[in-house]
Design a protein around this ligand. Sequence first.
Ligand SMILES: [Zn+2]
Ligand SMILES: [Zn+2]
Length: 217
Amino acid sequence: MSNNSTGSYAALSSGRSGTRDCYAGDGFTVSRVVVGPIDNNAYLVRCEPTGISLLVDAADEIDQLTQLVGDSSVAAIMTTHGHWDHHQAAEDASQRFGVPALLHPSDWDIAGKPFDALAAGPLSFGEVKATVVHTPGHTPGSVCVILDGVALTGDTLFPGGPGATRFDHSSFPTIIESIRSSLFTLPDETVVLPGHGDSTTIGQERDQLDTWIARGW
Ligand SMILES: [Zn+2]
Ligand SMILES: [Zn+2]
């Protein structure tokens, strides 16, 4: 786990070696594959007792995503936000696995293609309980998926800072408030799995909040 990057897209990991396990929880695992031209992390959260899974960010490279899914049964495809790099294979994956691709309606315009509505709130698949939290700022419809001990943060939180807010549809004060109220309320040891690059923990990032606010990004 590196904690020396400057956040946003700077925190790219070198690893492109197919599917890798990145978190083992109580009754579930999270594995990852890095896909697409700007090294997106696509994650599979798999309920181990039932083999039912959630695919988070069908970013690109449907064959790699299919390997990631393996023999699991996909319940849904979740998209962390509407930026193109996070959903290039969403339609292909939706067809291949026969399940809807979900995106928060506030990002449908940004995505520019049809999705099913993703609602914030509790989410369950197999025996796994998760929570979808709406964390606007990077985009208006950004969400994070919180599970027991791990948070999939999309482009909202990276090692070393919040996601980029340079877009017209972004807001730095809003992303800071989202991180403060929805992520930094989690236990220190919670593992953060972002939409690009390496993982971190809530405890490693929380102390830097004042630094980020002072620098303004
Ligand atoms: Zn983004
Ligand atoms: Zn991205």
